[in-house]
Design a protein. Sequence first.
Length: 102
Amino acid sequence: MNQITYIQGLVVEETVHLTLMELCQACSAEEEHVLTWVFEGVLEPIGESPLDWRFGGESLRRARLALRLSRDLEVNPPGVALALDLLDEIAALRAQLLRRGK
């Protein structure tokens, strides 16, 4: 007999709200880089101005990846935005395939 177990949890990344400075410290990026990534659409903070911005846990993951792309692979900011968008699309397609059972 198959037994189904349901597990309920909280994803910490969804509850994290970092300021601009905290995000910079957490991903070891300069403020200039983060501002550029916001301008390019890599990061989408909540708030009206940099002093009010709050970044979720997903922004931390994206900022770390953006930093690696720009520093290690020397990808320019528009290229970082494109690469992250494509990676997001790939992840969405994989999730769709998994839901269909293929």
